[in-house]
Design a protein around this ligand. Structure first.
Ligand SMILES: Nc1nc2c(ncn2[C@@H]2O[C@H](COP(=O)(O)OP(=O)(O)O)[C@@H](O)[C@H]2O)c(=O)[nH]1
Ligand SMILES: [Mg+2]
Length: 420
C-alpha cells in the first residue's frame, strides 16, 4: 500500500531532526514503503562490462557501452517488471563527486547487486574485495542479495585459464558463487542463431539465477523494512532515555543547588543577625540622636561613636553576606536591571541599600523575622536570576525541547510504520 507523501515527509523531517545520521535509512524506508519494482544494479570497475551485461540481460540496448568511461550518472530502465540501474564505475582515480552520489544512490536503491569483475583482470584488487565485504555485511543485515558476475570470459585463452582465475578469486572470497558470462558471446550467438554459444555465454544461466533472486526480493524487503523501522525506533528510544536521564540529573542539580543556597543563606543571615544582636546588647545608652554642635567638629562625641559602631556592624554583616553570595555566583544585577551608575549594579546594594544609621534599623533588618525573611526572599530571587542558575534552567529547557522532538520522531515513525 502506498503511503501518502505527507506522512513520509513528516516522518523524514521529524526523525532527521533528532537522528541526522539516519538520512540513508530514511531514504531506504521511502523506497521500501513505496513498494516499487525490484531494483537490480550493476556495480564494479570501469570497463568491466557492466553496461553490456545489463543490455544482454534485458535484451535491449538501453545502456551506453564504451571503451571510455561512459556511465557518468545513474542510467535506468524499467523492463519486465524490474528496475535496472547502471551505475558508474567505482575507480577512485577517475571518479568524480557525481559518481560518488550515483554510486550511493545505486547502493541505496538496489535490491539485487550484480558485482561485475572482468575475467582478464585476474584477481580482485583491494578496492573490490573491500566492496564485496561491505556488500556481504550489508546482505547479512538487510538480506539484500549480491551476485558475483565474472564477465568478459571470452577474453581468456582457454578453460584452464578460466579455472585459474576462478580459483584465485575463490581464495579471495571463499564460498562465493561465480556467475561466468560473456556478453559478447551472447550477442554473437543471438545474431548468428548459435545455440551452443548461447549456452556458453552464461547469460541464460545468470538470468535464471537472477530470476530466483528476484523471487526472494519481497521477503527480503519485508525483512529490511522491519529491520530499519526497528533500528530507528530503538535509537529513538535509547536517545530519549538518555535525554530524560540528563534532564533528571539537571533538575536534581537545580533543586539541590537551590536548597543549598537557601539553607546557606539562612545560616548566614542568622549568624550576622546574632552578631549584631550581641553587639547591640553590649552597647550602653544610645547616643545617636544627640546632635553634634559646631564646636564638636573635630571632637569625638558619643553620637559619632554610636554611628561608627552601627556602620561597622552593618559593614561586617554585609561583607559576610556578600562573601556567601559571591560564592554562589550572585554578584552583579541581572543585565535587565542594571543602571548607568555601575557602582550601584550590585545585588548587595539593590537589596540592602547603602547604609544604616540607627540601632532600630539594624535590628529591624537583621534581628526581626520580617527583615530576615525579606533578605532571604530577595537574595533568593537574585540567586535565581544569576548567570549560572539561568544557564542551568536554560539547559533543562533545551533538554525538554529535545525530549519533545524525540517523542515527535517516535510518533511520526509509528504513523509511517502503521501505514507501511
Ligand atoms: N570481449 C568482450 N568485451 C566486452 C564484453 N562485455 C563488454 N565488453 C567491452 O568492454 C568495454 C566496456 O564495456 P562496458 O559495458 O561499457 O563496461 P562498463 O564500463 O563496466 O559499463 C566495451 O568496449 C565493451 O564492448 C565481453 O563479454 N567480452
Ligand atoms: Mg558502463
Amino acid at each position: 500500500m502506498a503511503v501518502s507523501s505527507e506522512i513520509r515527509e513528516q516522518a523524514a523531517r521529524d526523525v532527521l531532526a533528532v537522528l541526522p545520521d539516519r538520512a540513508n535509512d530514511l531514504a531506504r524506508l521511502h523506497i521500501l514503503v513505496n513498494g516499487d519494482e525490484p531494483v537490480v544494479t550493476v556495480i564494479g570497475k570501469y570497463n568491466h562490462g557492466k553496461s553490456s551485461l545489463l543490455n544482454e540481460l534485458t535484451g535491449r540496448d538501453t545502456f551506453a557501452v564504451s571503451d571510455k568511461r561512459e556511465t557518468v550518472s545513474l542510467a535506468h530502465s524499467v523492463h519486465l517488471g524490474v528496475h535496472w540501474l547502471d551505475a558508474p564505475g567505482l575507480d577512485a582515480d577517475v571518479g568524480t563527486e557525481d559518481d560518488r552520489h550515483a554510486l550511493q544512490a545505486a547502493w541505496l536503491r538496489s535490491d539485487i547487486r550484480l558485482f561485475v569483475h572482468a575475467a582478464k583482470e585476474g584477481e580482485l584488487d583491494t578496492k573490490e574485495t573491500a566492496l564485496l565485504a561491505e556488500l556481504s555485511a550489508d546482505g547479512e543485515r538487510t538480506k539484500r542479495q549480491t551476485l558475483f558476475v565474472l564477465s568478459q570470459v571470452d577474453q581468456l585463452a582457454d578453460d584452464h585459464e578460466l579455472e585459474n582465475v576462478c580459483k584465485a578469486i575463490g581464495e579471495q572470497v571463499p564460498g562465493t558463487v561465480l556467475n561466468v558470462v560473456s556478453s559478447t558471446r551472447n550477442r554473437k550467438a543471438l545474431e548468428g542463431g548459435k545455440k551452443l554459444l548461447l549456452e556458453k555465454s552464461g547469460i541464460l544461466a545468470l538470468r535464471a539465477t537472477l530470476h530466483s533472486a528476484l523471487d526472494r526480493v519481497p521477503s527480503a524487503r519485508a525483512h529490511e523494512l522491519a529491520l530499519v523501522f526497528n533500528d530507528i525506533r530503538e535509537e529513538c528510544r535509547t536517545l530519549r532515555a538518555a535525554q530524560e536521564k540528563s534532564r533528571d540529573v539537571l533538575r536534581e542539580t537545580q533543586q539541590q543547588q537551590g536548597l543549598d543556597f537557601r539553607r546557606g543563606l539562612q545560616a548566614v543571615i542568622e549568624k550576622v543577625g546574632g552578631d549584631i544582636d550581641a553587639m547591640l546588647n553590649a552597647l550602653g545608652a544610645d547616643h545617636a540622636s544627640i546632635p553634634d554642635s559646631a564646636k564638636d567638629a573635630y571632637a569625638i562625641t558619643a553620637g559619632k561613636v554610636e554611628r561608627a559602631h552601627i556602620q561597622i556592624a552593618y559593614s561586617r554583616a554585609c561583607i559576610e553576606m556578600d562573601g556567601f553570595l559571591a560564592g554562589h555566583g550572585v554578584v552583579g544585577l541581572p543585565s535587565e536591571q542594571e543602571t548607568k551608575a555601575r557602582s550601584l549594579n550590585s545585588v548587595m546594594i539593590a537589596v540592602m541599600g547603602v547604609s544604616v544609621k540607627f540601632r532600630k534599623d539594624l535590628r529591624k533588618m537583621f534581628c526581626e523575622a520580617s527583615g530576615r525573611e525579606r533578605m532571604q526572599r530577595e537574595f533568593t530571587q537574585y540567586y535565581e536570576l544569576s548567570d549560572d542558575r539561568r544557564a542551568l534552567a536554560k539547559q533543562i529547557e533545551e533538554m525538554e525541547a529535545a525530549i519533545v522532538a524525540a517523542q515527535r520522531a517516535s510518533a511520526a515513525l509509528h504513523a509511517l510504520e502503521a501505514r507501511a
